[in-house]
Design a protein around this ligand. Structure first.
Ligand code: PLP
Length: 319
């Protein structure tokens, strides 16, 4: 496991039971891993990836980071904060047009000092190469972080998270049967798959697909498979990954990215009311709904332990 990273998070994040909610689903014991509490700029899963990405940027003597995403990108907010902490210039390509009022993640990214480009229809970093050429003309040494921070370097953050989860489970002699989480640009999922393999943790991943649109013609599955095979080489995992290793739960993404329906809002309300924990409408609310739907429909065997990985997203909180 690559040891070298820049410390940006407060780790380990808590892992605890959802006692009240478990009572509503007899036969299932529910737990939550609180990566909403990673600490960097309001928390979330991108902070773990950024520990490795920012280390790499500094190691390569770069002075400028470029990345992109949706206007309310959690990834861009955390990247902007990581850059501020590391003393790097940050440039963000954000979808949509400039709004009159800055809110949520956009406001945070602005406060962290990022230079923001509004890129209209492009919400997956399509304009990064153009921004890079422009900055290189000004002699900036650029480090490009792909959409969602999802390459093999970023995925190491979630390889590491598996070792953390394994330690936490061993301490309380707990086995987890299923891990539900929101999967979008794929780095979290790829890191978890590599981590389960590397640390020999037996749990079935339940990645809930959030965004049904491909990224520049590459499917989510292809992107994850690429990261897996790169990662296997770097981590000395003797396994050739195939499409069969990349499962995605589709069908909860049909309304489109960022479209909030009764599914997401009722999941948010149920967790909030029963446990006093907030989730967001775009990612974790959708994934939590998918988990509850699996329980309601008894799609999982009874007498199982289920972990929900809370990947954050609270600054994009709205209905
Ligand atoms: C980015 C994000 C995800 C998805 O993680 P990926 O590594 O992009 O698949 C899930 N939840 C939240 C809150 C996110 O910001």
């Amino acid at each position: 496991m690559p040891e070298k990273k820049t410390d940006l998070c407060f780790l380990p994040t808590p892992l605890h039971p959802l006692k009240n909610l478990s009572k509503k689903y007899p036969g299932y014991r529910l737990y939550i891993k609180r990566d909403d509490l990673t600490g960097l700029a309001g928390g979330g899963n991108k902070a773990r990836k950024l520990e490795y990405l920012i280390f790499d940027a500094l190691n390569k003597n770069c002075d400028t980071v470029i990345t992109g995403g949706a206007q309310q990108s959690n990834h861009c907010r955390q990247t902007a904060a990581a850059c501020a902490a590391a003393g790097l210039e940050c440039h963000l390509a954000l979808g949509g047009n400039e709004p009159e009022i800055y809110e949520g993640n956009l406001l945070s990214s602005f406060l962290f000092g990022a230079k923001i480009y509004f890129t209209g229809e492009h919400r997956k970093g399509e304009d990064i190469p153009g921004i890079r050429s422009e900055l290189e003309r000004k002699n900036k040494k650029c480090y490009v972080i792909p959409y969602g921070g999802s390459n093999v370097t970023g995925a190491f953050g979630y390889v590491n998270a598996v070792s953390e989860i394994k330690d936490q489970l061993e301490k309380v002699s707990l086995n987890i049967d299923h891990i539900f989480f929101a999967s979008s640009s794929g780095g979290t999922q790829a890191g978890l798959i590599l981590g389960l393999e590397l640390f020999n943790l037996k749990a079935e991943l339940m990645p809930v697909n959030i965004d049904k649109e491909d990224q520049e013609g590459i499917t989510q599955e292809e992107n994850i498979l690429n990261i897996l095979n790169n990662g296997a080489d770097l981590l000395n995992i003797k396994k050739e990954f195939s499409a069969a290793d990349v499962k995605l739960i589709r069908g909860y993404d049909s309304h489109g990215y960022g479209v909030v329906t009764e599914n997401e809002t009722s999941a948010m309300k149920q967790l909030a009311e029963s446990e006093g924990i907030l989730i967001d409408p775009v990612y974790t609310g959708r994934a939590f709904h998918a988990m509850l739907d699996h329980l309601d429909r008894k799609k999982l065997k009874p007498d199982t332990n289920i972990l929900f990985l809370h990947t954050g997203g609270l600054p994009a909180f709205r209905f």
